[in-house]
Design a protein around this ligand. Structure first.
Ligand SMILES: [Zn+2]
Length: 276
């Protein structure tokens, strides 16, 4: 049985701003949607649109799979349209794969133990500032716009309109919170904290790839560009949890956009904080 020692947690907080309209699909069955073909996901209690942590996390992982050219070895759906994802199924591969170490793997035959998932991404709700601003303007539906797209038959030119609900540009969601845990595992032959801290760079790479791609649906047709704003990266060491008064929280980086978080020396700052 593997043993897993928590060394500390890195928190990324901030806001997500929509640069274009954003469509993260909800379920048409559950809501009275007033005839929109593709509604956005809404909080069932407040009816406000939100960004599910699973959407952020899933998109970052899929962009990283492509970035690192990971094999899409695991079928999620075998019937067309086929959906395949990457997940290491041997410990030796896992130990070399930053994507699986950060985002986790399901138990597999070639893995004796369940391996930890390092990254947690929480849901991001509409900010009060955006809610107040949108309350005072006339949107098509509460906090959203309805974008009509038209598919045109290439022979008859017959047009088939289709309605997409979107959160408009310049909406902000927050607080965003991502929590990246640092562990040392006895299944890792090196057992090195430095190697563990280096995995955090994969999270930042995923965020930067996402800023340059899109979130949700209709990305190739102009939706889903987002920017991370008011970012702050802090670290709580294992000893902080034991004695928060004598081992304070360390602020590692802050700024607007993921670029502001890159090129920071996380290795030495976190190593110092763990030893403090
Ligand atoms: Zn992998």
């Amino acid at each position: 049985m593997a043993s897993i020692q928590l060394q500390g947690k890195i928190f990324i907080t901030g806001e997500i701003e929509t640069t274009t309209g954003l469509h993260i699909g909800g379920s048409a069955g559950e809501l009275d949607i007033g005839g929109v073909d593709n509604p956005v996901i809404r909080n069932p209690l407040t009816r406000e649109p939100y960004i599910p942590g699973s959407s952020l996390r899933g998109k970052m992982r899929s962009l990283l799979d492509r970035h690192f050219n990971r094999s899409l070895n695991k079928p999620i759906r075998r019937n067309p349209p086929r959906v395949r994802v990457h997940e290491c199924d041997r410990l030796a591969d896992y130990n070399e794969c930053s994507v699986c170490q950060v985002f986790g793997v399901a138990p597999a035959r070639g893995m004796e133990d369940t391996m930890p998932t390092r990254l947690i991404v929480r849901d991001a709700l509409l900010t009060a500032e955006t809610r107040d601003r949108f309350d005072n303007i006339d949107t098509d539906m509460p906090y959203t716009e309805v974008k009509t797209e038209v598919a045109i038959d290439r022979i008859t030119s017959a047009a088939t309109p289709r309605q997409n609900e979107r959160v408009p540009a310049e909406a902000t969601f927050g607080p965003l919170e991502m929590v990246h845990s640092l562990y040392t595992l006895d299944t890792d032959p090196t057992g090195s904290v430095d190697r563990e801290i280096a995995l955090f760079d994969t999270v930042l790479t995923g965020m930067e790839l996402l800023e340059d791609d899109y979130l949700g649906g209709s990305g190739s047709r102009g939706s889903g560009k987002i920017a991370f704003r008011k970012l702050k990266v802090i670290f709580k060491s294992r000893r902080h949890y034991e004695d928060p008064r004598s081992v304070p929280i360390t602020t590692l980086a802050h700024g607007d956009g993921v670029a502001a978080l890159r090129g920071v020396d996380y290795q030495s700052q976190i190593s110092d904080a763990i030893r403090a």
